[in-house]
Design a binder for this molecule. Structure first.
Ligand SMILES: *[C@@H]1O[C@H](CO)[C@@H](O)[C@H](O)[C@H]1NC(C)=O
Ligand SMILES: *[C@@H]1O[C@H](CO)[C@@H](O)[C@H](O)[C@H]1NC(C)=O
Ligand SMILES: *[C@@H]1O[C@H](CO)[C@@H](O)[C@H](O)[C@H]1NC(C)=O
Length: 939
């Protein structure tokens, strides 16, 4: 036993010792155990260290594990209980569901199916045997009544828990700024379980999210997939899905394949800006880091080939470095690289990096130019990266300027994997499904649109063996929806995570039965081609028709402005005979117009709306539309006003009031896209980071410049201030004190004069305000000022997230409200008390305010989102039980009323849609009729 007696035990396990087999093996194992457990014992006997070091067994184990690729254990699908099963969770039988399983490439739909959940797993799915059902005596029964069921939504790009809601200085943990390369950081270490957004996100059907560090670093740190339900342990690590290594000191079973790890990388502007470098610096930082990792990997490999050959002499310690081990794992193919990367130049940089150091990229995120360079993606090392994108959020920075709503479809046509992601809280991940709905609207096939938020992200995460599908043996994460999941406004009626229902008393509203079907979306082939031909910048200027008379045929419905509201004019026949005749930009006939048409038939232009509609043009408020082209580029913007409360106001503008009309830039891409989406008017106020903003302007989104006929709708709309908390402001009470002086006529100059008009009730005062306590203060101030005047002051609260808390008082005070955004999110403390709406609450802010007779408008805080106002309106109205006329009012006449804009119905714009009305996923805006501008535009 003196001479290297342990060697046989190190031999591969299948080689049995030939002689005295049992005894030798036993003795050998005993010795190994002794050596492993009692290293000191060995150290006391130096004469025994001649060849094999104490750590030999562990080291050889490590060597063998080096190149074992991650994946589920071979018998994973035979598991009978989930590792996440919570004792006491009752088995559940869901009957009569319409199930989108994700299987058969997303094309399988089971009708009238049953789903049995037990031990945190989907036990059975389809038409179940009675015997199986009878074998349970404690089943919870759920009747889905034919409703749609999908796997839980999976978000591949989230900052839940690291950029928490409400945002507080102590809960912004998404990025370290300690260097461009930080692969040793872990989002798990910052995961705030107290983020208000968890519950909200689950209420949108999201069950799993990959929590990524931010993008301020080239390598920002390791990311972790989590399940979003609350756990009994209440700990961050209890939320983890498949922890990749011993996160708490208990090592994972080394005989099993490892779990996937994730690493966040970023290229382009973000890391460049933070480290004041250039793209060249960032790429060098990458290459330097990966070179270091490669050296460690090579020395490990060299070490292991010697160790495995038994050449321990002088070998020393296994070469490793805790700081760099994650990058070494990248080179060993064990890490999914989630790479924030937008532009062609950056995409190619990373593809080149992947080929230089030989590791694949799991996905490019944001990736606004990927659809323009599919070939670059296909030349990446290993496999083409998936592409994780937004549907319509673009142009917020230069890198996203060429972003296209047709990208999902183009990428899918190229055979690339498409994922829709939230980048929560950039988009509220509660509504991640809306991203898939929009992608579908713009041409992504339905099975791929649903896959883009379920199976595809699960595949890209390396978790598709347990999540992302509905199939026997999968985690019991699923959602019952109140409509078809790709229909606008789809909301869960129940969400299960690990077999546990997440909504304790789900609230539902009744919706039209048409929403149970897949929306029949319009054809965007031409637009898709144009996006490619023009490299993401297709011309957006409309074509003015030259014909004096335009006849819209096959019109199913017409809405018009009437009596301060919007009214539907029904056609008696829905048989294609409905017509709208426009002469010189004005409607001269609608309904059955044969007489009129025959008069002009020789010269008229005919447009077939295919069962479409004519509706009033919508009005945008809340974003700096036409005051900036690119949010992140100050050189493309009007800029910010200097706030008098800041003390920085130069003498030359003291007492002056700033007018947005002077800063307008026409034909910005967002304004033109809004125009093409039926938003024909916008009201913008000067941008301010402080208290006093100035005078807003109402303008035509489709006009080419300010001097064009009808380009300006109203020079001055309202007077704007903002009252709120935040470091850019003096105290709220100081802001109110300033407002009091202004309203009581104690301030001179132009500013004083305009507030004088407010006090006389001639011009509305629009206050950006989120917090209910501040609203209460403002209502008191309004009464105080009105006590000394003869007319009530017109006041509108904009933003107004907490307005529902004072719905009654706001109604009584005659204050109007613009909800912006229309779907609330508790982004900061002063707006944390949101009314989330169904399924979490029966009421929404909108329904409650309407119930108190408050005039409500819906707004959008960001330019890119103006295009979606028609969907925001339809969605909010469905939740509030309002009809389509009211939905249009919320985003047209009401907004104008609340902003002091008077548009005569005869001069207001109309929007022609084909295939449905403006509020539908089935329709497309094809024309704008503008009596004000004297044009009919075809789009
Ligand atoms: C399933 O639900 C649909 C829709 O409610 C209903 O028409 C059908 O009768 C139900 N089937 C069963 C077997 O309950
Ligand atoms: C460590 O984490 C694993 C996996 O989450 C868990 O099963 C185990 O109980 C934890 N151990 C300790 C000591 O917390
Ligand atoms: C709202 O207005 C309606 C109609 O004028 C009235 O019947 C109702 O009482 C009002 N509701 C409230 C809460 O003031």
């Amino acid at each position: 036993m003196d001479k290297a007696p342990v060697l046989p035990a190190y031999a591969p396990a299948h080689k049995k010792p030939r002689r005295h087999g049992v005894w030798r093996a036993l003795l050998a194992s005993l010795l190994v155990l002794t050596l492993l457990r009692l290293p000191f014992y060995w150290d006391l006997r130096p004469h025994r260290t001649s060849r094999v070091p104490a750590h030999a067994a562990a080291t050889l184990q490590k060597c063998r594990a080096l190149d074992v690729l991650p994946g589920p254990p071979a018998d994973f699908n035979k598991r009978t209980a989930s590792d996440r099963f919570v004792e006491g969770t009752k088995p559940t039988l869901i009957r009569n569901a319409t199930v989108w399983t994700g299987r058969r490439k997303g094309k399988e739909i089971l009708h009238g199916a049953d789903i049995l959940l037990d031990k945190g797993l989907i036990k059975s799915l389809g038409h179940l045997h009675e015997a199986l059902i009878q074998s349970y005596d404690d089943l919870v029964h759920v009747d889905a009544k034919g409703a749609w069921v999908t796997p839980g939504i999976v978000d591949l790009h989230s900052h839940l828990g690291v950029y928490s809601a409400p945002a507080l200085s102590g809960a912004s943990d998404g990025n370290s700024l300690h260097g461009p390369v930080l692969p040793w950081l872990r989002s798990l270490d910052a995961l705030n379980t107290r983020d208000d957004a968890f519950k909200l996100t689950v209420s949108g059907g999201v069950t799993t999210a990959l929590v990524l560090p931010g993008s301020a670093n080239a390598i920002g740190g390791q990311a972790f997939p989590i399940k979003l339900r609350p756990t009994q342990e209440r700990s961050p690590s209890s939320m983890l899905l498949d922890p990749p290594y011993g996160i708490n000191g208990s090592e994972v079973d080394p005989s099993l394949p490892p779990r996937w790890r994730h690493l966040k990388q970023a290229c382009g502007e973000n890391p460049d800006r933070v480290y004041r470098g250039t793209r060249m610096d960032t790429m060098w930082a990458f290459r330097q880091a990966y070179d270091k990792a490669r050296q460690i990997k090579q020395s490990q490999d060299a070490y292991c080939s010697k160790a495995q050959a038994g050449e321990w002499e002088g070998l020393g310690e296994f070469p490793e470095d805790l700081q760099w081990e994650a990058l070494v794992d990248v080179l060993r193919g064990k890490v999914k690289i989630q790479n924030h990367c937008y532009e062609t130049v950056d995409l190619e940089d990373i593809v080149r990096l992947s080929n230089e150091f030989k590791f694949p990229i799991a996905a490019f995120h944001h990736a606004h130019e990927t659809y323009l360079v599919p070939g670059t993606l296909k030349s990446a090392y290993g496999h083409p990266p998936a592409v994780a994108i937004f549907a319509t959020n673009a142009r917020y920075k230069r890198e996203s300027y060429r972003g296209s709503e047709f990208a999902p479809r183009i990428l899918a046509d190229e055979g690339l994997q498409v994922v829709m992601k939230s980048d929560h809280p950039v988009l509220n991940s509660r509504h991640l499904l809306f991203e898939a709905q929009q992608a579908h609207y713009y041409g992504l096939p339905p099975h791929l649109a649903l896959a883009a938020v379920t199976t595809t992200p699960a595949e890209v995460m390396g978790e598709a063996h347990r999540i992302g599908y509905l199939s026997e043996g999968y985690d019991a994460d699923l959602v019952i929806w109140d409509t078809h999941p790709l229909a606008l406004s789809a909301a869960p009626t129940q969400v299960w995570i690990d077999g546990i229902p997440q909504l304790s008393s789900p609230h539902t509203v009744s919706k039209p039965s048409s929403l149970q079907f897949l929306p029949d979306t319009p054809n965007f082939d031409e637009e898709t081609r144009a996006a490619l031909v023009y490299e993401g910048l297709p011309p957006l200027e409309p074509e003015h028709l030259t014909e004096e008379v335009v006849v819209f045929r096959n019109v199913d419905s017409v809405w018009v402005r009437a009596g301060g509201g919007v009214r539907k004019v029904l056609f008696t026949k829905q048989d294609g005979s409905g017509m709208v005749v426009v002469k010189n930009g004005e409607v001269v006939c609608s309904g059955t117009c044969d007489q009129v048409v025959s008069e002009y038939s020789a010269t008229a232009r005919f447009v077939d709306l295919k069962g479409g509609a004519i509706t009033p043009g919508l009005t945008a408020y809340g974003s700096p539309l036409a005051l900036q082209e690119i949010q992140g580029e100050i050189s493309t913007q009007d800029g910010y006003v200097l706030d008098p409360l800041s003390g920085l106001l130069p003498k030359i503008v003291e007492g002056e009031i700033v007018q947005a009309i002077d800063g307008l830039q026409y034909a910005t891409r967002d304004a033109l896209i809004a125009y093409r989406s039926g938003v024909t008017t916008a009201i913008s106020a000067p941008r301010s980071t402080g208290f006093l903003s100035g005078l807003s302007v109402a303008f035509s989104t489709g006009a080419g410049h300010k001097l064009e006929k009808g380009a300006v709708v109203q020079d001055v709309a309202a007077v704007h201030v903002s009252v709120g908390h935040g470091s850019a402001y003096p105290s709220v009470s100081t802001q109110v004190a300033a407002l009091r002086r202004l309203l009581k006529g104690e301030v001179g100059g132009e500013v004083g004069a305009w507030f004088g008009k407010v006090a006389e009730g001639k011009v509305p005062l629009v206050v950006d305000v989120q917090n209910a306590d501040i609203m209460a203060t403002l209502i008191r101030l309004k009464k105080e000022v009105e006590a000394g005047t003869t007319h009530p002051i017109k006041v509108t609260f904009a933003g107004a997230t907490e307005a529902h808390l004072l719905a009654k008082e706001i109604g009584e005070a005659g204050v109007g409200v613009i909800l912006a955004p229309s779907r609330p999110y508790p982004a900061v403390w002063e707006q944390r008390r949101i009314l989330p709406g169904p399924p979490l609450t029966q009421d929404s802010s909108l329904s409650l305010l309407l119930a108190h007779n408050v005039t409500v408008g819906l707004g959008v805080p960001e330019n890119w989102a103006a295009r979606n106002i028609r969907f925001d309106a339809a969605w909010a109205a469905l939740e509030a039980g309002s009809d389509k006329s009211e939905a249009i009012e919320l985003t047209s006449v009401n907004v104008e009323k609340l902003l002091g804009v008077a548009v005569s119905p005869a001069l207001s714009d109309l929007v022609a849609t084909s295939g449905g009305d403006l509020l539908d996923f089935s329709s497309k805006v094809v024309g704008i009729i503008s009596p004000r501008r004297g044009v009919v535009d075809l789009l």
